[in-house]
Design a protein around this ligand. Structure first.
Ligand code: MD5
Ligand code: FE
Length: 206
């Protein structure tokens, strides 16, 4: 089933449940080559979320700002490749939400331990906002906050659970959003953490 949280925000509960073990096994492989790390914001504060990436570009933040980079700054090597498994899960969810032909070239992987959060922000580092972002939640639940195009707009909250997929496109693509601090717990698939995969077209020229 598909529930529109807002225009352009298609929530598909448990859509990735069956494929979750394969996704998590691949996250392990990616992290063996590009470890989860807590990056610092341009202001110098370490993020509470551990991050890594797969694909032709990875999202990074440091004293120079937020951007996509073609190499892992920790190793100076390219990010691990994004498997067809990842691309297919994202493409099929995007299609179900009305975005036919979605071909992501980057996967940002967030790891939340209890207490970790993501403050309200917009995703603006991709080149072409006509492409949606597909999000897959794994492991511990999170309370997700979703607002409007202005930071001051009211937000609604929705719990995202293991296997849930959300496609953010069209009028929802640039909405402010965040993740409330994760509550302590254990999930059979991930142990004491939440993993979120976001599939993106980072750049349109490759
Ligand atoms: C998460 N990650 O649960 C979320 C899922 C991030 C991030 O926010 O930037 O890594 S992505 C949710 C999202 C993406 C694009 C637009 C909107 C939400 N939105 O309009 O609300 O770790
Ligand atoms: Fe975001």
């Amino acid at each position: 089933p598909r529930i529109d949280l807002a225009p352009g925000a298609a929530y598909m509960p448990r859509r990735a449940l069956i494929v979750a073990p394969e996704l998590l096994a691949e996250v392990e492989t990616i992290a063996a080559h590009a470890a989860f790390r807590r990056m610092s914001t341009p202001g110098g504060r370490p993020m509470s979320v551990g991050m890594t990436n797969a694909g032709v570009a990875g999202w990074v933040t440091d004293e120079h700002g937020y951007r996509f980079a073609s190499r892992d700054p920790m190793t100076d090597r390219p990010w691990p490749p994004m498997l067809d498994l990842f691309k297919d899960v994202a493409r099929s969810a995007a299609e179900a939400a009305g975005f036919a032909g979605f071909t992501p070239n980057a996967c940002v992987i967030n790891r939340y331990e209890p207490g970790a959060r993501m403050t309200l922000h917009q995703d603006r580092n991709e080149q072409d906002f006509r492409h949606p972002i597909v999000s897959v939640s794994l492991g511990l639940p999170a309370v997700f906050e979703f607002g409007g195009l202005e930071r001051s707009d009211p937000t609604v909250r929705r719990t995202l659970e293991h296997g849930d997929v959300v496609v953010w496109g069209g009028p929802a693509r640039l909405c402010f959003h965040g993740v409330r601090p994760i509550e302590a717990g254990r999930h059979p698939a991930t142990g004491p953490c939440r993993i979120n995969l976001t599939f993106r077209v980072a750049r349109s020229d490759d």
